[in-house]
Design a binder for this molecule. Structure first.
Ligand SMILES: Nc1ncnc2c1ncn2[C@@H]1O[C@H](COP(=O)(O)OP(=O)(O)O)[C@@H](O)[C@H]1O
Ligand SMILES: [Mg+2]
Length: 278
């Protein structure tokens, strides 16, 4: 185990604004820089995610938020910096290897199998737990299916939890947008993640759908103890939901703190919230 040099000791937790106990360090991003040719998507950003937290990443379009989630989930590999997971430096990994560490995600643009039922889509979220080999996993109708009974039970619990029993047999393509997003959340939860990454889980939703999704995110955190990192544009939702917020702008981190601290951070107000000076 690598001893980590950080201003915050890994065992330090804190009490949230709403009185929940947050634990030690789960993940640390250290001096991450990510470039695409001449574009610097992430510039020397450090921040951490603690056990049990709901952590938000906010910022204008193109700020580098999705890129950051892609680094965490192993889709992108930064040119500089380290990803520390549970106190140890994570080597370069493929997304499926990251998934096996207990990190699941949803995508900014829904990535479900439209022709498959809700139930089958959620079942694919169990793949990280199956013993069957990669090729069989990809084909799905292989030896993986024999493990279906056990996986089915876990999936049924999630279906109940997210209140989607009534659409379990429906092909995903036929669902309204809000429910598709909920199915995507269900699929991510089926992996029983330690850390759940949500890229704009409420984008394009109406007020009622946003309220439902907010409630589910809070319930997941509360009932399963899942640590959550989410990107969201609706400031009301972000401030309500999250324990700490990272603010990005043009690839740089311009703020990091509790919702109250972020609301009062002048750099954030200037660059992002667009509130006029007194
Ligand atoms: N796969 C990629 N190839 C090239 N450029 C990318 C890629 N992914 C992101 N970028 C660029 O990185 C910057 C940050 O993008 P992104 O992380 O999607 O921002 P956000 O999610 O905050 O809107 C943008 O300039 C975007 O064009
Ligand atoms: Mg994005």
């Amino acid at each position: 185990m690598t001893q980590t040099a950080t201003s915050e000791r890994p065992d330090d937790g804190y009490i949230t604004q709403d009185g929940r106990k947050i634990g030690g360090m789960l993940m640390e991003m250290r001096n991450i820089t990510l470039r695409f040719g001449g574009v610097v998507a992430i510039k020397d950003i450090s921040f951490n995610i603690r056990e049990g937290e709901i952590r938000a990443i906010i910022g204008p379009n193109g700020a580098g938020k999705s890129s950051m989630l892609n680094v965490i989930s192993g889709f992108y590999h930064p040119q500089e910096g380290d990803v520390i997971f549970r106190g140890e430096k994570r080597p370069r990994m493929k997304p499926y290897q990251v998934a096996r560490l207990g990190i699941a995600r949803t995508f900014q643009n829904i990535a479900l199998f439209g022709g498959m039922s809700v139930l089958d889509n959620i079942m694919t979220g169990r793949l990280t737990h199956m013993r069957a080999g990669l090729v069989q996993q990809a084909l799905w109708w292989g030896s993986a299916q024999r493990e279906e009974v056990k996986n089915r039970e876990k999936v049924e619990k999630i279906i109940d939890f997210l209140e989607i029993q009534h659409i379990r047999k429906t092909p995903v393509a036929r669902l309204p947008y809000g429910l598709k997003k909920r199915v995507e959340l269900a699929r991510a939860l089926a992996a029983e993640p330690k850390l759940l990454l949500l890229d704009e889980p409420m984008a394009g939703m109406n007020v009622e759908e946003k309220e439902d999704m907010s409630r589910f995110i809070l319930d997941v955190n509360d009932e399963f103890g899942t640590t959550i990192a989410l990107i969201e544009h609706d400031m009301g939702v972000v401030m309500d939901l999250s324990d700490r917020v990272v603010v990005m702008d043009y690839g740089k981190k311009i703020g990091d703190g509790t919702p109250d601290e972020i609301r009062n951070n002048q750099a954030v107000i200037d660059a992002y919230l667009g509130v006029a000076h007194d």
